[in-house]
Design a protein around this ligand. Structure first.
Ligand code: GTQ
Length: 346
């Protein structure tokens, strides 16, 4: 009897399969899981291990030929998709003294988080920002951007940063466009520091109307972020999960710097034994200062400065460290908030 019905069902599935049909009841539990069940795995990329590969890539291809000389950090469970989480892309980009990564623009939003080296710049819509380690820089959707490392008198140094893009999100929507600028380097129309003076001093131009989805500031220097964290660490309550954690904002709206990617900076105090938290926005971390331990789901990772690690959606997360640690991070939180599906538990 049971066999008969199973055979009949199997035969039915085969017949409807030819018509591009499938029975929901065989898949319902996978399609509407009780809790997040994505493929994304916890992982850590040791900077010590991958730094020599960046040097090698510098001998193999120029920034001009590569357009962007990047080693993509692929989640071990998402190989072949250029994704570090289901929704986000991350890579380490290197630019050598004298090189230019030519100007282009695309629908995808990008962030740069500077890891190593000084003297390079990113130009965004007519203004340059010199890159210093720990700086957070945005290149919003459809803005012209090029990167350069002008030759210095003393020779200069390689500059390396973490790229975070919403490539998988834009790919999901099939909404991606891109074009190259007519020249490798875009013209400069405003002096460096102009947007920070206009929008980054707790002041706004008097008739400024916030009309854009993106922050009018495109460089958030580490020196200021670090000072804020230091002050709060000394005077404020420490969150038992996050230490002291701040989010980067669009100063004209209080919203996120870009509509698809949230960014954060946090300091974990000395002798910290954090409580467990979880959240549906899978998050990529870049270690700025200090060595420590992070528990992600049931895995332990020991990190040091410049390492990158990824925390999947709804994985339990717990920090433990002796030294004071500073961590930069980014996630798709603005998208989940806009859709009303963000969930956290602490
Ligand atoms: O710098 O414009 O890592 O377009 C991937 C795609 C960097 C960039 C990436 C890009 C860029």
């Amino acid at each position: 009897m049971n066999n008969t019905i199973n055979d009949e069902r199997a035969a039915f599935y085969q017949r409807i399969d030819k018509h591009n049909l499938m029975p929901l009841w065989e898949q319902l539990h996978n399609l509407v899981p009780r809790q997040p069940a994505g493929a994304c795995q916890p992982a850590l990329w040791s900077y010590k291990t991958l730094r020599p590969f960046l040097t090698e890539s510098g001998d193999l291809i120029s920034a001009e030929e590569a357009v962007r000389r990047v080693l993509v950090l692929e989640n071990p469970a998402l190989r072949g998709t250029a994704s570090i989480t289901s929704s986000l892309y991350a890579g380490l980009q290197m630019i050598l003294p004298g090189e230019v990564a030519p100007s282009h623009r695309h629908s995808q939003s990008a962030l740069r988080f500077v890891i190593e080296g000084r003297g390079a710049y990113t130009a965004v819509d007519g203004e340059r920002a010199t890159m210093e380690p720990g700086d957070f820089i945005i290149t919003p959707s459809w803005t012209w951007h090029d990167h350069g490392n002008p030759p210095q008198l003393e020779g200069g140094e390689p500059v390396i940063w973490l790229d975070g893009l919403d490539i998988p999100i834009v790919r999901f929507f099939d909404a991606g466009f891109a074009e190259n600028y007519e020249k490798p380097v875009q013209p400069i129309s405003r002096p460096e520091g102009n947007s920070l003076a206009r929008y980054g001093m707790n002041l706004l131009p008097v008739r400024h109307q916030a009309t854009s989805h993106t922050s009018p500031i495109f460089s958030y220097p580490y020196a200021r972020t670090r000072e804020a964290l230091e002050t709060l660490l000394r005077h404020e309550e420490i969150d038992e999960c996050d230490g002291v954690k701040l989010r980067y904002v669009n100063p004209a709206t209080g919203g996120w710097p870009m509509p698809t990617i949230a960014t954060f900076m946090q300091v974990l105090p000395r002798q910290f034994s954090g409580k467990t938290s979880r959240s549906t926005d899978a998050t990529v971390y870049s270690v700025v200062e200090g060595r420590g331990t992070v528990w992600i789901a049931d895995q332990r990772f020991d990190y040091e400065p410049r390492d990158t690690f990824v925390v999947p959606s709804w994985a339990s997360l717990r920090f433990e460290n002796q030294e004071e640690c500073v961590l930069f991070s980014f996630s798709d939180r603005p998208v989940q908030q806009a859709l009303g599906i963000l969930r956290e538990s602490r």
